[in-house]
Design a protein around this ligand. Structure first.
Ligand code: FAD
Ligand code: SIN
Length: 532
């Protein structure tokens, strides 16, 4: 199967990128591992940050992003991404997304932690779903795009890799020529050839025991890129969202920061509003500060959660602004704003990832990355709320320009790609091994690579993860591939990268808080991991 471009992932990054390259006339295939609308994007609540009001300006948004990023943002990237925002917002609206408006017709702009202005465009509290659906409608109608669902990308195919199988070429540089993917419906691995590949597979939240992310967030794209020798950066910066709805089942439904933006306040079990002890911005401090504060209050009191008091929000406003959150609370017998909501932090977002430049190019020719899977330098040590959807759509646009130029300028020769060879086609003898290993991995990450770290905890995690890696590596090459095995291998891989970066960073900065090194180092840097 030959394409100009393969896109792995159908969230905002993959879909908005694919639409643009297809519109430029290139044959595009999107592979996505579940149904086409399953993604982190689909659950995004608060909205998308961009300067659209006359009382706001780019400099303020830039400053807020830099302040949240704890000194590690790349200022030129911050400037470019934020300035591109309004054009991308216009395109989203042209696709039919109707952002919520005030009664007088002006945009209803939300406020979230770390923002000095109201600037979050939203569709009630279901912004991601509205954007995802609009892109899917446009894509479903486009003749140059094929979407293949339940197809799990396994590994990139590169010239370097296939030379090992005897393929000869005059090309000196390595480049990507396609990918192998597991077809869940046919229960077999297929080979997809392409001149370029865009990785838009999202984040890694599902590696943690408690997360706001759906189960697709297993770090597949990062693991694939790492195995192909691509640079990966800043994996230690895991963002924990301060307020997920506590439940005894372990599920963590997000309670948007926008709820605090409308006046909700965090309280401890005695009813005390504690955020004033931690930051001048109180409940709307940057996320790393609020998550650490809740963690510290929970540890001090020994309670399983804190409370979000929404009583300052008018009940009708709550109902119309947060219908989705209201429904999730009501399912648990909680009726905000009258009742307080029990909240806990949960793993939410990865600030690091596959290193790209402002054209979404990675260190491997023909391979691009955008969205949560990538590291551009926008977020630094801590992402500003609602800058993720913004980054994804801006970088997808830039990536599309750059892929189009790559395809226009390079007359890439066709490469005979070898089919996938199954080393051993036995069915798994004990699938329970996968479930146990997954459970152990998620617990190890939560317990030892969480909001507050120590070198000892990180080393403990490393030992556990290395053991799991050995076990699953044997399993991987001995039994028939299936999705849980592919994902577990990738999750173990990205967990190793998180711990490696965390051990590299000998300072506390932004989301990386380590008791052995409580201060910031004067000359900080990004961490890099690359397979030798
Ligand atoms: P995703 O939307 O996660 O899409 C990844 C896609 O890749 C999926 O389709 C997945 O199935 C597919 N995939 C993964 N692995 C493979 C594979 N091996 N093969 C094939 N396909 C694969 N950000 C904001 O800016 N504002 C918000 O309000 C906001 N709210 C959020 C609320 C929640 C509950 C969560 C979880 C996140 C929120 N975020 C928010 C973060 C934001 O939603 C994500 O960072 C963003 O949507 C990522 O988009 P993406 O396209 O990069 O990845
Ligand atoms: C939220 O609505 O609180 C999530 C926003 C984000 O992750 O940026």
């Amino acid at each position: 199967m030959d394409y100009d471009v393969i896109v792995a992932g159908s969230g905002i990054a993959g879909l908005s990128f694919a639409l643009k390259v297809a519109q430029a006339g290139y044959r595009t295939c999107i592979v996505t591992k579940k149904g086409r609308d399953e993604s982190n994007t689909n659950y995004a609540q608060g909205g998308i940050a961009s300067v659209t009001s006359e009382s706001d300006d780019f400099e303020r948004h830039i400053e807020d992003t830099l302040n949240a990023g704890a000194g590690l943002c790349d200022i030129s990237v911050v400037r470019e991404v934020i300035s591109d925002g309004p054009s991308r917002i216009r395109e989203i609206m042209e696709l039919g997304v109707e952002f919520s408006r005030l009664e007088d017709g002006r945009m209803s702009l939300g406020k979230e932690g770390g923002h000095s202005k109201r600037r979050i465009l939203h569709v009630e509290d279901m912004t991601g779903k509205a954007i995802e659906n609009a892109y899917l409608d446009a894509i479903n109608a486009h003749e140059n795009i094929e979407i293949k669902e339940h197809l799990v990308a396994i590994d990139l195919i590169t010239l370097r890799k296939i030379k090992k199988f005897g393929y000869t070429t005059n090309e000196i540089d390595d480049r990507v020529v396609g990918l192998y993917a597991y077809d869940e419906n046919e229960n077999q691995v297929i080979t997809l050839r392409a001149k370029s590949v865009m990785l838009a597979t999202g984040g890694i939240g599902y590696v943690y025991q408690y997360t706001t992310n759906p189960s697709i967030a297993t770090g597949d794209g990062i693991a694939m890129a790492y195995r192909a020798g691509v640079d990966i950066k800043n994996m230690e910066f895991i963002q924990f969202h301060p307020t997920a709805l506590f439940s005894t089942t372990g599920e963590r439904f997000l309670v948007s920061e926008a709820v605090r933006g409308e006046g909700a306040i965090l309280r401890d079990h005695r009813g005390r509003a504690f955020m004033k002890d931690y930051h001048p911005l109180k409940d709307l401090a940057p996320r790393d500060v609020v998550a650490r504060a809740i963690d510290s209050v929970m540890k001090k009191t020994g309670e399983q959660h804190c409370w979000l008091d929404c009583s300052k929000i008018d009940p009708d406003t709550f109902k119309s602004r947060f219908p989705n959150i209201l429904a999730a609370c009501e399912k648990q017998g909680i009726y905000p704003p009258k009742d307080r909501i029990p909240v806990v932090p949960a793993a939410h977002y990865l600030c690091g990832g596959i290193s790209t430049n402002l054209s979404a190019e990675t260190s491997l020719h023909g391979l691009y990355a955008c969205g949560e899977v990538s590291y551009t330098g926008l977020h630094g040590g801590n992402r500003l709320a609602s800058n993720s959807l913004l980054e994804a759509v801006v970088m997808a646009h830039r990536g599309a320009d750059s892929v189009i130029q790559y395809l226009d300028e390079n007359h890439l020769s066709k490469v005979e790609v070898p089919e996938w060879v199954d080393g051993n086609v036995q069915d798994s003898d004990e699938r329970v091994v996968l479930a146990h290993s997954l459970d152990e991995l998620k617990r190890a990450l939560w317990d030892y690579v969480g909001i507050v770290r120590t070198t000892k905890r990180l080393e403990r995690a490393r030992t556990r993860i290395q053991n799991l890696a050995r076990e699953i590596n044997d399993y991987y090459w001995n039994f028939k591939l299936e999705t849980p095995l592919i994902e577990l291998r990738n999750m173990i891989q990205v967990a190793e990268l998180v711990v490696e970066c965390a051990l590299q960073r000998r300072e506390s900065r932004g989301l990386h808080y380590i008791l052995d090194y409580p201060s910031e180092m004067p000359n900080s840097h990004t961490t890099i991991v690359k397979r030798g």
